[in-house]
Design a protein around this ligand. Sequence first.
Ligand SMILES: NC(=O)c1ccc[n+]([C@@H]2O[C@H](COP(=O)([O-])OP(=O)(O)OC[C@H]3O[C@@H](n4cnc5c(N)ncnc54)[C@H](OP(=O)(O)O)[C@@H]3O)[C@@H](O)[C@H]2O)c1
Length: 316
Amino acid sequence: MRAAFASAASPDQPLTALTVGEVPDPTPPEGWVSVEVRAASLNHHDLWSLRGVGLAADRLPMILGCDAAGVTPEGDEVVIYPVVPDDGDPRGMSLLSERFAGTLAERVAVPRDNLVPKPAGLSFLEAACLPTAWLTAFHMLTTRGRIESGSSVLVQGAGGGVATAAVVLAVAMGKRVYATSRDPGKREKIAALGAVAVEPGARLPERVDVVIESVGEPTFAHSMKCAAAGARIVVCGATGGHLPRVDLRRLFAMRLELLGSVMGTLPELVDLMAFLIDKDIRPIIDATYGFSAVADAFAHLAQGEIFGKVTLDFQH
Ligand SMILES: NC(=O)c1ccc[n+]([C@@H]2O[C@H](COP(=O)([O-])OP(=O)(O)OC[C@H]3O[C@@H](n4cnc5c(N)ncnc54)[C@H](OP(=O)(O)O)[C@@H]3O)[C@@H](O)[C@H]2O)c1
């Protein structure tokens, strides 16, 4: 079968570590099943893997990809929940493509327990956007950020997959949403989604109850300043650097909660899909490539000019 995999670790030029080629079909162990992939989406996680972050050299070559929707041998249309139990990992879990082969292949083996029925109202491409970026944003807003008790949200670096999801979800939840982006064109698109788009570091008209942080060092001081008393600053990533200075005086004086967040649960993925159908919202797809152009899709993601998700259509 065709697959896209990391064949090396290249910290500075991740695209040079990407190989596309033929690999053997998976042989699922007991309790696992081989899913025919119809659509997948890329995540920044795939670029980290190509840089060697979170993917040790002794696991190479490794098929990339966390997200996919496809069809089981029985003909069921499914979305794959990508968090797999993993005794060999200190977290007790890993994401597909960290220890077990990922979704950027014509077939992927996953535990049967990780299959979620794809709602008929979502296309394969839309469904393939959800398991990592959208689930992470949903979990950050709800379970970690406790958004139901707040009225305002700030999303930093709003052009990316997680961040556009957070904007769309928070607007649909009826919250006042502020979002930063470095790019004026992206700010226009954010405003069209119903958020107030501002330049990074700009003063907001109010302090917010929840901050969605996936950028890290470049935006972290602003996140702290914009947080209202008792606010939750929820961090899932550090695309721009993971060692920001933290103003501890502000942290304790404002009773801020600084919360780490990883993915979400399988029931949350089910809830997220029901929420999308109920509110009639869909993932924002920046671009779709046929699988034969997967290297171009990676180049597009790496360029950093995306707004939303980059998806792969396996039927082209
Ligand atoms: N913990 C988890 O479970 C989890 C799950 C998903 C993702 N993540 C992490 O979250 C991060 C985002 O993932 P993603 O897939 O959404 O990435 P993405 O689609 O590539 O988006 C990255 C966004 O970050 C912003 N950004 C990047 N560098 C920046 C900088 N130096 N200064 C300001 N903004 C910067 C950009 O926003 P603008 O261009 O609009 O400024 C960009 O759109 C990644 O680090 C990823 O590893 C973690």
